[in-house]
Design a protein around this ligand. Structure first.
Ligand SMILES: CC(C)(COP(=O)(O)OP(=O)(O)OC[C@H]1O[C@@H](n2cnc3c(N)ncnc32)[C@H](O)[C@@H]1OP(=O)(O)O)[C@@H](O)C(=O)NCCC(=O)NCCS
Length: 222
């Protein structure tokens, strides 16, 4: 992997962050994949309601961003609410809110490096329950979050009606059970597996490199 320099973002970085986010959005094959936010959304995060970690390439150009947000327990957007978590667990939720990498340097697992480091740096805040949402058709993002140890635990229409898998990093899986696969865009299939007490644990990409399935296994303990 190329060397990347990582540092925390401050208010002065937000214009560059938003510019990269919009470039990333423009280059996507499908606009559903990624929900962008504006500078106002990131301001409270750099002032303490979370942490933003930036990666720069060897020329000093912004290469990638990881945004972690600490929602309050009463925040209607707290993803723990989607899974009906009790209040004490809502207080521990941190959102892996957003992560994006410049298109020309994809394929080097930079996002995983960034989010892992950002998780380490936010560990001290008592926010130990990581949650994220992923558009079901976004294989790279789903793989990234599964690699980080999260599991698919819910499905909901979010952000004005967009389908999203909801991931969380707790629970024990019946590792030896045979996996049941659901086509990524089979929303009712995801819901049925989740209702049956299963969690999504892996991505299986088809030889055409386009279609992919999510493998589910039973949860022994939520
Ligand atoms: C998601 C994203 C941040 C990952 O960037 P990255 O670190 O360069 O990720 P990589 O290209 O190294 O890929 C990570 C994994 O996904 C896989 N992958 C990447 N693109 C894929 C695709 N189109 N289909 C299937 N798998 C894919 C890689 O093979 C890799 O798998 P592995 O862990 O088994 O090796 C990047 O794709 C991105 O910026 N996407 C647009 C913004 C976005 O969707 N962000 C996430 C939602 S907030």
């Amino acid at each position: 992997m190329n060397d990347f320099f990582l540092r925390s973002a401050g208010p002065d970085d937000l214009n560059d962050l938003v510019a990269l986010e919009h470039d990333v959005e423009q280059a996507l094959p499908n606009r559903e994949m990624f929900a962008t936010d504006e500078k106002e959304f990131y301001e409270p995060i750099v002032r303490g309601a979370g942490h933003i970690l930036l990666a720069f390439d060897t020329t000093g150009k912004l290469a990638g961003v990881s945004v972690i947000r600490f929602p309050s327990a009463d925040d209607p957007e707290n993803l723990g609410r989607e899974l009906s978590l009790p209040r004490e667990r809502l207080l521990a939720v941190r959102h892996l809110e957003s992560v994006f990498v410049r298109p020309d340097i994809r394929g080097q697992h930079l996002a995983e490096k960034l989010v892992r480091e950002n998780m380490k740096r936010t560990q001290e805040n008592g926010r130990t329950l990581s949650m994220a949402t992923v558009w079901p058709g976004n294989a790279a993002s789903l793989k990234l979050h599964l690699n980080l140890g999260l599991r698919v635990r819910g499905f909901a229409f979010k952000y004005g009606g967009k389908p999203r898998l909801i991931l969380m990093d707790s629970g024990t899986i019946a590792e030896n059970a045979a996996p049941l696969a659901v086509h990524a865009m089979d929303f009712e299939g995801h819901r049925a597996r989740l209702r049956a007490g299963m969690a999504g644990i892996a991505v299986q990409v088809m030889p055409n490199q386009h279609d992919f399935f999510v493998e589910y296994k039973p949860l022994i303990q939520a």
